[in-house]
Ligand binder design. Structure first.
Ligand SMILES: [Zn+2]
Length: 50
């Protein structure tokens, strides 16, 4: 897991599309556009591949 993934897990970036949101709260979150598009299992698989 690289720095980008860690920042995503902190909520700095959308965990689905990677859009920078800037105000992480210490947990993964999604931008408004992705909020309901992907399940956590799909996300973890996707992060694991990168
Ligand atoms: Zn997004």
């Amino acid at each position: 897991m690289g720095e980008y993934a860690e920042m995503t897990l902190d909520g700095d970036f959308c965990e689905s599309c990677g859009e920078y949101m800037g105000d992480g709260h210490g947990y993964p979150q999604r931008c408004a556009g992705c909020h309901h598009e992907i399940t956590k299992d799909e996300l973890e698989r996707e992060i694991g591949q990168k």
